[in-house]
Write a protein that binds this ligand. Structure first.
Ligand code: C2E
Ligand code: MG
Ligand code: MG
Ligand code: MG
Length: 272
């Protein structure tokens, strides 16, 4: 292709871009295949209250791809591709069902029956017309207490159709499910939604937590999030807690719950 450079010197055929597109298509195919062959698995990371004693109040389900040759693959390398291709809907349904199944099995154990399970839901899945219906069907099948299920959504769900999102959140609340806003403070939305949304928890993003001991700005942001959450009567959980110093600081600031490698690393359900 002799004329591949247009008149502005702009190349219409970019071999690097071409390669990226092919790689993405391959990955999409592999994800599709792996959903069908059930090569995904849920790990669980405990969330703690540290008031009088260290106590598990709940867990977060975190998906892993158990690749036959590459081993355990983390979600950041496949969730975005699954979202782009729409496969997240099928994968997300599997995740929801698997999480609810796990809740059901914990319900039968005295020490675990009050554990709440938080499940990340991609906005792409949340937006589908059948989301509520699908979730209802799963809850009916396993007959668990919906109060034990918490959905983690991100602020960006309000970018699109706000009324529709609001309506869905009210429906979820009516079903007894609780709502957490994940990565709080990093999305594209305004604080105004806090007064309109019946949410239960703010999850402080780990990017504010990692330097909280040394960085004044992170401390100010975190303190502000905690104050807002307290005034609205919400649970406040810090994610990505890696040191005792962070825990001490966050406790002094009024944070209720803690999640991070310092306390517990995501693990298979059998290890609890
Ligand atoms: P997220 O929901 O904000 O999850 C927190 C991430 O931080 C998890 O990464 C967790 O393993 C990691 N983490 C926990 N404690 C620490 C810590 O002390 N230090 C550090 N540096 N990291 C910590 P993971 O499991 O790789 O998940 C990454 C993201 O992928 C999640 O962020 C979430 O957005 C998405 N994701 C994970 N599981 C699911 C899922 O089942 N469905 C959907 N739609 N998205 C998921
Ligand atoms: Mg999360
Ligand atoms: Mg998060
Ligand atoms: Mg995050």
């Amino acid at each position: 292709n002799a004329k591949k450079n247009g008149k502005n010197g702009f190349s219409f055929f970019d071999p690097k871009l071409q390669e990226e597109i092919i790689e993405k298509a391959k990955l999409t195919d592999r994800i599709r295949h792996s959903i069908e062959h059930k090569e995904f698995s849920l790990y669980y990371q405990a969330q703690y209250s540290l008031e009088e004693e260290k106590k598990i109040i709940g867990l977060e389900a975190l998906v892993r791809w158990i690749h036959p040759t590459k081993g355990v693959i983390s979600p950041s390398s496949f969730i975005p591709v699954a979202e782009e291709s729409g496969l997240i809907i099928k994968l997300g349904n599997w995740i929801l069902e698997e999480a609810v199944k796990q809740l059901k099995s914990w319900e039968n154990e005295q020490s675990k029956k009050n554990w709440r399970l938080s499940v990340n839901v991609s906005i792409r899945q949340f937006e589908t017309d059948v989301f509520i219906q699908t979730l209802k069907a799963i809850l009916d099948t396993y007959n668990i207490n919906p109060k034990l299920l918490r959905l983690e959504l991100t602020e960006n769900l309000l970018i699109g159709n706000i009324d529709r999102a609001l309506e869905k959140i009210f429906q979820l609340k009516n079903m007894g499910i609780s709502i957490s806003i994940d990565d709080f403070g990093t999305g594209y939305s305004s604080l105004a939604y806090l007064k309109a949304l019946p949410i239960d928890e703010l999850k402080i993003d780990q990017s504010f937590i990692c330097d909280i001991v040394n960085n004044k700005n992170d401390e100010i942001i975190t303190q502000t999030i905690i104050s807002i959450g307290q005034k609205f009567g919400l649970d406040i959980i810090a994610e990505g807690v890696e040191t005792q110093e962070q825990v001490t600081k966050l406790m002094m600031m009024g944070c209720n719950y803690f999640q991070g490698y310092f306390l517990h690393k995501p693990a298979k359900a059998e290890l609890f």
